[in-house]
Design a protein around this ligand. Structure first.
Ligand SMILES: C[S@@+](CC[C@H](N)C(=O)[O-])C[C@H]1O[C@@H](n2cnc3c(N)ncnc32)[C@H](O)[C@@H]1O
Length: 201
């Protein structure tokens, strides 16, 4: 499917494929977030740099070393610091009870990877910690405005509810919105938006 060499080749280009401005849904809800923040599939750094600019400590994980090098450059150019980890989320183990927030923006992963990772993500949050996720929905398959071409990598409300069963949803909806976030995500898209909290006990 889309492996490490696919992503490294895709990013091996001077332009920022998803732009240098943050994801709109993340920016809108960023007031809910606290550090340290784990950003899954951070890519070229637009979201991590935005959060760092707001004074939050962020670590971005991505399978592509090329993307994370660009992320570091973007951070440097904006005068902030971010941490990066080159890792495959298929095997990555986040620290337990550690993060104030987890961010997952267009981090499209196969079901088998999500089913291993998401319980670890739930436990990586501190009590009351927040996850913010936006991903293309299965309804995006019929569109040509971005996102993976495999239903297994696309989201539905039911998948999210099932896969983050231990979190308390604050917002969970499917919307159509005009995504204008770099040359790879352009135009009307069907997305799932999710904000949830780790319960106290
Ligand atoms: C559509 S891009 C989104 C990047 C970034 N979140 C953004 O919104 O600008 C998807 C990202 O997932 C990363 N990725 C894909 N499979 C991965 C895996 N198994 N482990 C870690 N990262 C992965 C890719 O390298 C790529 O940066």
């Amino acid at each position: 499917m889309y492996d490490e060499s696919f992503w490294n080749q895709r990013y091996d280009h001077p332009d920022y494929l998803y732009g240098t401005e943050p994801n709109a849904f993340l920016a809108e809800h960023s007031g809910l977030l606290s550090g340290p923040i784990l950003s899954l599939s951070e890519g070229e750094g637009r979201n991590a740099v935005f959060l760092a600019t707001r004074g939050l400590e962020v670590v971005g994980v991505d399978i592509s070393s090329v993307a994370l090098e660009k992320a570091k450059k973007l951070a440097e150019s904006r005068g902030v610091e971010i941490k990066t980890i080159v890792a495959d989320l298929g095997t990555f183990v986040p620290e337990e009870n550690h993060y104030g927030s987890v961010v997952s923006i267009f981090a499209h992963l196969p079901t088998a990877v999500r089913e291993r990772l998401y319980p670890l993500i739930e436990r990586s949050l501190k009590p009351n910690g927040i996850i913010i996720l936006e991903a293309y929905s299965e309804n995006q398959l019929s569109r040509d405005t971005g996102g993976p071409k495999y239903p297994d990598l696309l989201m539905t409300i039911d998948k999210l509810r099932r896969e983050f069963a231990n979190l308390e949803p604050i917002l969970l909806r499917e919307v159509e919105r005009n995504v204008s976030e770099g040359e790879c995500h352009t135009g009307m898209g069907s997305v799932i938006q999710f904000v949830a909290r780790r319960k106290h006990h």
